[in-house]
Design a protein around this ligand. Structure first.
Ligand SMILES: *[C@@H]1O[C@H](CO)[C@@H](O)[C@H](O)[C@H]1NC(C)=O
Ligand SMILES: *[C@@H]1O[C@H](CO)[C@@H](O)[C@H](O)[C@H]1NC(C)=O
Length: 318
């Protein structure tokens, strides 16, 4: 999302308001909660959800391009129906202490809200119910935060969602079918989390129309079960900087075969930065390296530093 110009009003809370800050002057009765700039509303430094709601409740019905809430270090929760009669296409909330959002926070914007971007807030868990029936949502992002888990069927009824970004949290657990029933999903980004294993049903997406890129870079993944990526129409599968020591044939050969059916279309498994043991468990990959190598990026044996082009069966020692 494009960053809009921010008119910082946080100074008002420090008592430093000056005449040179005309945008804030007419807000003196209603502390500088939010300012409209063109078709965007910026709420910088807002202190409570109630104040936000109060502000929007004074506004007539309208559809705005975006509502931005930033640098609100006292803001901890967002109440139901917070935007009143104002509908917004984009919500951007960053650098707040937000840890809870009401089930009905985005009520009213169901048919216009296209993206929700939450960055550097304070969510140990997220109320995914608040996303219910957001019919137009195509992007959801909660990054650089404290999430530890993605629950079962976390994304309820989001018919148009394309991109889900949960990067840089502390996610250790993704429940089965977490990303199920998202027909157009094309990116699931989980880089920078604390995942150690990927189970069979985690990426059970159901019927999807797009090929999906899955980013699992910079986790602590050491094991991936046999059917974890089964039936996925993978675009790129990113597994860099994990703890993988081997690539089980039953897990990875079906993906490589699928990618090879795509001819010149892109699609690669990224493996840089894993401590691979080159023993007979990867003989399947070494013997078919000419078939698969253009779909495998940066595989390297930990012990001898050889890549897939350089490896021969003689290098495989148990
Ligand atoms: C996650 O953290 C890494 C390392 O600090 C950083 O390079 C990356 O840009 C971050 N990702 C997001 C989405 O902020
Ligand atoms: C090869 O190494 C992997 C990873 O340490 C291990 O799981 C596997 O059992 C080894 N295979 C053999 C045949 O020793």
């Amino acid at each position: 999302m494009q960053m809009k110009i921010f008119f910082s009003c946080s100074l008002i809370f420090l008592g430093y308001i000056t005449a040179s800050d005309p945008k804030c002057n007419d807000m003196v009765t209603d502390p500088c909660v939010c300012i409209s700039v063109g078709s965007s509303t910026n709420c910088d430094g807002v202190t409570t959800g109630a104040k936000l709601k109060e502000f929007f409740n004074t506004k007539p019905a309208a559809t705005v391009d975006s509502i931005t809430i930033t640098n609100a270090h006292q803001l901890t929760s967002i109440p139901a129906d917070v935007f009143g009669s104002v509908k917004t296409k984009h919500v951007f909330i960053a650098k707040t202490s937000l840890s809870s959002i009401d089930d009905n926070a985005f009520q009213g914007s169901e048919n216009v809200l296209e993206s929700i971007i939450l960055n550097e807030n304070n969510f140990p868990s997220f109320n995914f119910k608040s996303l219910t029936n957001l019919n137009k949502l195509d992007g959801f992002r909660i990054t650089n935060d404290k999430l530890t888990e993605v629950p079962q069927e976390a994304f309820p009824n989001l018919p148009l969602i394309l991109d889900i970004d949960l990067a840089n949290n502390s996610i250790t657990s993704i429940k089965n079918n977490a990303f199920h029933s998202l027909p157009f999903v094309r990116l699931i980004d989980l880089h920078g989390n604390k995942l150690t294993t990927i189970g069979d049903e985690v990426f059970n997406l159901g019927n999807t129309k797009n090929r999906v890129a899955i980013n699992l870079n910079s986790n602590k993944i050491s094991s991936i079960t046999q059917n974890a990526f089964k039936d996925l129409k993978v675009k790129n599968l990113e597994l860099e900087n994990n703890k993988l020591e081997t690539l089980p044939q039953t897990t990875f050969e079906p993906i490589l075969n699928y990618l090879n059916t795509l001819g010149n279309e892109p699609g690669v498994i990224h493996l840089k930065g894993n401590p691979f043991k080159c023993n007979s468990s990867i003989r399947w990959l070494v013997t078919k390296s000419t078939t698969y190598k253009r779909r495998v990026a940066n595989f390297k044996c930990h012990s001898n530093g050889k890549n897939l082009n350089q490896l021969t069966e003689a290098d495989l020692t148990d």
